[in-house]
Ligand binder design. Sequence first.
Ligand SMILES: [Mg+2]
Length: 383
Amino acid sequence: MLNQTFMFENEVAGSGQSIAKIEAYTLKNIPITPPPFRELPKTEGALLLRVETNDGVVGWSTSGYTHPVAIDLINKYLAPRLIGEDPFRTERLPTLFDRHTNERPLGRALQSAMAMIDIACWDIKGKTLGKPVHVLLGGARDRVPVYVTHGAAYDGAPVYSAEELAAEAAHLVMLGNTHVKNTVGRQRIPDPKDDYVRMAAMRDAIGPDIELSMDGNLRMNLAQAAELCDRCHELNISFIEEPIHYNDPANLRDLRQRARIPVAAAENEKFTALQLLQAGSVDFIQPNINNDGGLSAGVRIATLARVFNVPLSHGNGNGPHNIALHAGVQNGGLVEYHYHKWMTYNALFEEVPQPEAGWLTVSQKPGFGLEPKDGIISEYRVK
Ligand SMILES: [Mg+2]
């Protein structure tokens, strides 16, 4: 008997609108504003996708994944199959490659490439219908809370000292931000004592009323993460993000049971979102639409999270695109602006919602409201 859920039709009724052109670009050396107390990074790279329909509607997207192999995948492999497809059928497009989505060596690159295509198609849907994407999802709200992440050293710059972290956090608060986040576990061997000193310096600098969180970027084992949470409990930390290797669901559940700090995860592990929820591993689930299957996958995770009564949150560098998800669905939550990625968005796109007193006002323009600046492709494109 046929499994109707996964029976894919080769031919579907056309709407008249179809994908006519797909162009993916690697951009390099885009000048950005460095962090307040650093001279680096001065430039950033980005992947940019342009999808044009037969009736002249153009959708855009970018990625959190920066390896140019995703661009080759789109231009050489995905684009030829997608030309002629209806951009509104975002549940159909991945099925055209269904055999290949299980090929693990392509995993992250292919997921990121498909995410870029999905987001560009949602941009096209909004522009075709004259509606912002968050309204297409149901339009739960027109502003979302935002937190700012800083303190990660890039381009060979020295690691931030506790004093630098504290000064930069105080500066960001002085600009009106109400919630800041720093990375932890970044020593050669994760060092909870050192991280406590750094987080304590930040708490001292920003005072008791500003929210403070930390991101472990999958670098610690359970014992290290548990010690860090014990030490930092007195600092009133809003959440600890992805503290443990591989986002292991059992270890995160154990940490959550022991720690008195809420646990957040899922930016890096789309395929464990269900396991994290089933195991009771997280207080917040944090999909990144730009890396893992696009807005369509973000909506599925939001629905799953709602079933488990776990709030949606966000943790990655693609804040401006993820706003649409968090403003669109009822259980949407906090959006991250990662300082140097935020500056990259500011450099790439015409109008990027800017944090004001801890909030982002959602664009009411059709699509995502993120249009690349004129000339940005020709100037910074890697040929
Ligand atoms: Mg993170």
